[in-house]
Design a protein around this ligand. Structure first.
Ligand code: GLC
Length: 435
């Protein structure tokens, strides 16, 4: 079988993000920021207050860091040494779901099971020590409203999490209850932050010139330091970091695959940018596009972003690796020409993702600069897609250049690996300074 060229070109063009589109999305993003600062109800960005600004870099002491936001939960004991230095004393981690064994994120799980699992991991991180006092920073990577640094109420699950009994609840209340059930009375949660905030804190602890923190992984979201927001309950310097929940940005046009996927997702109508750009969804989009080429519309091939990255990495003349991956997913061996087409589609989906995400960065950079000069800065990013997916870094740089022109020389992106954990420890340190 050879794919129909016309159908292929039409599917491919769906994923194109032209320079004009980029400018429009970045402009809309900036407008949404401005409207959100006045009243978040008028913006598709949630603009959630974090109650932290920048750390000084001199935070010190040993803290517990709970990193909860993807399928893997990690708990670390981190010693902050000041001057941007730190040491990971102990680190444990386990998945929230092992197919066939247990599942704490599905519809049939309960909040108690989920938080008991977290308490068990915390117990493991403190090696059963129920005497020494530990302050805990919690990176909870879902949209939550806060009225201080330690109380975060989950608004809505994202990333296809579906555990009942957590939406609308204060997450550290659930965690505290689970700690008590386990007989742990010496661990005190003192800070809850989003993973984007954690990345910003972690990168700013080590480097100057960081105002934007982002996650580009299973999910996607960005936060930034807004100098005009102040609150007496806010710790740190330079204003307040706002968690935009930019994965929920809606002012961009979905293509027909985006719309079809949205209809069958856990939360239809939510998280448009995230569904168009993050790792959790790229494989789904590729699968739907491929099904159109094979004439098996509606079939779920189960492509993942890891498959896509391996296919794009395969630069051998016969694309054997890519061919094998596709054959396993769609159940038949394709001709080289068709394999090339699928690889090209995968690349187009990744490039669109990197370009759209860059629009949100540029919207923030414009907003922070106002009428003035764009500052020299690094955008801190953590996440497997940013770290490992081919084509991403160069396409972010290219889109920055398209949108910022000569000013692009002042802006680059840096990987802040493991920022979710380190940031939680820093937030805990910032919170206990006044204790
Ligand atoms: C989802 C969550 C957001 C988080 C992001 C990255 O978008 O809603 O809070 O920051 O995933 O993990």
């Amino acid at each position: 079988m050879a794919f129909n060229e016309k159908i292929f070109q039409s599917v491919l063009s769906e994923f194109e993000a032209t320079p004009e589109m980029l400018r429009e999305v970045a402009t809309n993003f900036r407008k949404d920021l401005q409207m959100g600062l006045r009243n978040p109800d008028n913006s598709s960005l949630r603009m959630l207050k974090s109650y932290v600004g920048l750390p000084s870099g001199n935070e010190k002491g040993e803290f517990l860091a709970l990193d909860f936001g993807g399928t893997n939960v990690r708990v670390s004991r981190i010693k902050l040494k000041g001057s941007g230095e730190f040491e990971i004393v102990r680190r444990v981690g386990e998945p929230l779901i092992v197919p066939g064994e247990y599942d704490y994120i599905g519809k049939d799980s309960t909040a108690e099971q989920m938080f008991d699992f977290l308490a068990k991991l915390i117990d493991d991180a403190i090696e059963g020590d129920h005497d020494t006092k530990f302050y805990l920073g919690h990176t909870f990577s879902f949209p939550s409203t806060q009225d201080d640094l330690n109380n975060a109420r989950l608004i809505i699950w994202t990333k296809e999490f579906a555990t009942p009994g957590v939406e609308g609840e204060v997450v550290n209340d659930l965690l505290n209850a689970a700690l008590k059930r386990r007989g742990i009375n010496n661990v005190e949660p003192v800070a809850v932050i989003n993973d984007t905030v954690a990345v910003l804190l972690s990168a700013a602890y080590k480097n100057a010139g960081i105002y934007i923190g982002s996650i580009y992984a299973t999910g996607h979201n960005t936060c930034y330091l807004e100098p005009s927001v102040h609150d007496e309950k806010c710790f740190g310097q330079g204003g307040m970091i706002l968690n935009l929940e930019s994965g929920g940005f809606m002012k961009l046009t979905p293509n027909r695959f985006d719309m079809e996927f949205d209809r069958k997702s856990e939360k239809p109508g939510e998280q448009r940018l995230e569904k168009m750009a993050s790792g959790r969804y790229m494989g789904e989009l590729l699968g739907m596009a491929v099904a159109e080429l094979t004439g098996e519309n509606g079939k779920d091939y189960g492509f993942t972003s890891i498959d896509m990255s391996m296919m794009i990495f395969d630069e051998t003349p016969n694309l054997e690796k890519a061919s094998d991956i596709i054959a396993k997913k769609i159940g038949k061996q394709l001709e080289l020409d068709d394999v090339k087409k699928i690889r090209e589609l995968a690349s187009a989906i990744v490039i669109r993702s990197a370009r759209l995400i860059t629009c949100s960065f540029v919207g923030i950079i414009w907003q922070r600069a106002g009428e003035g000069e764009i500052e020299k800065q690094h955008i801190a990013i953590d996440g497997s897609v940013y770290e490992k997916m081919p084509l991403v870094k160069e396409n972010i740089a290219k889109a920055l250049a398209e949108l910022l022109g000569a000013d692009a020389a002042k802006v680059d992106t840096i990987l802040d690996n493991g920022g979710s954990g380190l940031g939680a420890a820093i937030a805990a340190a910032m919170a206990v300074v006044d204790k």
